[in-house]
Unconditional design. Structure first.
Length: 115
């Protein structure tokens, strides 16, 4: 969806790119594209985490609906969701106002981690 949204070719290039990435992935590691239909199941990956998870999600994200962020957050034992007001999918770090919110959320997460 990200490639489509920024008008880059994806139909012919995405599958070969994933296959190429798998060549550089440690043996036995999974990229997450193994499920039927090639879907990346972020909830399954979130559920496997044994560390805190911060989900940063743009309020106006047209690629991944906010419900996706809520489901991912609910799938992990130690997670928190930070919704960035007015942000989309691609501008969380490129828009200075959005980046400031993201940076503060990351700092808060790190401050809460026990050494």
């Amino acid at each position: 969806n990200v490639l489509r949204q920024v008008a880059l070719p994806y139909r012919l290039t995405l599958r070969p790119a994933i296959m190429l990435a798998s060549l550089f992935t440690p043996r036995g590691a999974r990229l997450g594209f193994e499920s039927p239909g090639g879907a990346f199941d972020r909830c399954t990956h979130a559920a496997r985490l044994r560390c805190p998870l911060l989900v940063l999600h743009g309020e106006l994200d047209s690629v991944c609906p906010l419900d996706d962020g809520l489901l991912i957050t609910a799938s992990s034992r130690q997670s928190r969701l930070q919704v960035i007001p007015g942000a989309g999918h691609l501008d969380l770090w490129s828009n200075p106002a959005h980046a400031a919110i993201c940076t503060a959320a990351v700092r808060d997460l790190l401050a809460g981690i026990k050494s």
